[in-house]
Design a protein around this ligand. Sequence first.
Ligand SMILES: *[C@@H]1O[C@H](CO)[C@@H](O)[C@H](O)[C@H]1NC(C)=O
Ligand SMILES: *[C@@H]1O[C@H](CO)[C@@H](O)[C@H](O)[C@H]1NC(C)=O
Ligand SMILES: *[C@@H]1O[C@H](CO)[C@@H](O)[C@H](O)[C@H]1NC(C)=O
Ligand SMILES: *[C@@H]1O[C@H](CO)[C@@H](O)[C@H](O)[C@H]1NC(C)=O
Ligand SMILES: *[C@@H]1O[C@H](CO)[C@@H](O)[C@H](O)[C@H]1NC(C)=O
Ligand SMILES: *[C@@H]1O[C@H](CO)[C@@H](O)[C@H](O)[C@H]1NC(C)=O
Ligand SMILES: *[C@@H]1O[C@H](CO)[C@@H](O)[C@H](O)[C@H]1NC(C)=O
Length: 261
Amino acid sequence: MLRTITLGLAGLSYALASSVALPNVFVSHEGEPQGFFKNVSGVNIYHSYHNQNVTTGGKAVLFVSDIYGVPLLENKLLADSIASADYTVIFPDLFNGDAVPSDDREGPALNLTEWRLRHPVAEIDRIVGLTIDYIHNDLNISRIGGVGYCFGGKYVPRWLAEGKGIDVGFIAHPSGLEAAEIQGINGPITIAAGELDTAFNVTGRYNAEAILTAKNATYQTNFYSGAPHGFAVRPNVTIARQKYAKEASFLQAILWFAAWL
Ligand SMILES: *[C@@H]1O[C@H](CO)[C@@H](O)[C@H](O)[C@H]1NC(C)=O
Ligand SMILES: *[C@@H]1O[C@H](CO)[C@@H](O)[C@H](O)[C@H]1NC(C)=O
Ligand SMILES: *[C@@H]1O[C@H](CO)[C@@H](O)[C@H](O)[C@H]1NC(C)=O
Ligand SMILES: *[C@@H]1O[C@H](CO)[C@@H](O)[C@H](O)[C@H]1NC(C)=O
Ligand SMILES: *[C@@H]1O[C@H](CO)[C@@H](O)[C@H](O)[C@H]1NC(C)=O
Ligand SMILES: *[C@@H]1O[C@H](CO)[C@@H](O)[C@H](O)[C@H]1NC(C)=O
Ligand SMILES: *[C@@H]1O[C@H](CO)[C@@H](O)[C@H](O)[C@H]1NC(C)=O
């Protein structure tokens, strides 16, 4: 009996080691950002990289944020955590200094309808496209993974369409994601969904799975119990299920890129 079990485990570890190995990385919940900002054609872009010479090519991850954008500490730490897996992480300010203040999110000060009108799809697309050109032409990196959180979860599928520039995608609790955008996906995509998220609810997830299945896409969806909208970025880390959902969805992205990027 023991011999059989031992052989079984050895076979399993061999199978994993010969395909995808989980890198020794973790997501930081606190600390100081390690990256720097550079103004690229009028867009303020956060850069984070580690153990990699960006001038020699390699692989990049384009970070397409939520509405709290580059000012939010958790966003920069998440970008740094992805960089610790040896990716050049490039995170543009999508809102030209007009990100939603994270401490105001429950308050009445901001009219979100007006804020959205100031940041239409065409303008966000312009910034994403400019950033992809910068990665290709200035950083000399041809392979690009995209991560999109909430607001940004719409733009990774849009730029994962054929010939647009993102090669492999990860999205978490996307908002405003349309069926046509999922239909247009032309590369491996992994999706993190939360049980308590009303923006990407069970109907939205089933619809996405049906479209991706019909397309014979290379995809994965993970569903996290007790996880609210925003969990992959701003969970309440004192609540075990939320903290787990952030950490596991981070590894979901890293493992996906290790396999497909
Ligand atoms: C970036 O630089 C341009 C001039 O090259 C300037 O007009 C613009 O305000 C700068 N943007 C940011 C976000 O610093
Ligand atoms: C990157 O590589 C170039 C060419 O080999 C070298 O000149 C440069 O110093 C390297 N930069 C870093 C940060 O290692
Ligand atoms: C661009 O990267 C490739 C490898 O990805 C390398 O062969 C080439 O020399 C690089 N070109 C420049 C200008 O750095
Ligand atoms: C928010 O802005 C929209 C569009 O300008 C307007 O119709 C709406 O009344 C505003 N809401 C509040 C609460 O001020
Ligand atoms: C999910 O959201 C959509 C759009 O708001 C709604 O029509 C649908 O009924 C919701 N599904 C569930 C299971 O709540
Ligand atoms: C689905 O995609 C896989 C991987 O590209 C391919 O091997 C398989 O033949 C495809 N199946 C169909 C029904 O097209
Ligand atoms: C986080 O959760 C704890 C425990 O439920 C709660 O006391 C605290 O107010 C929450 N923090 C925030 C910022 O919501």
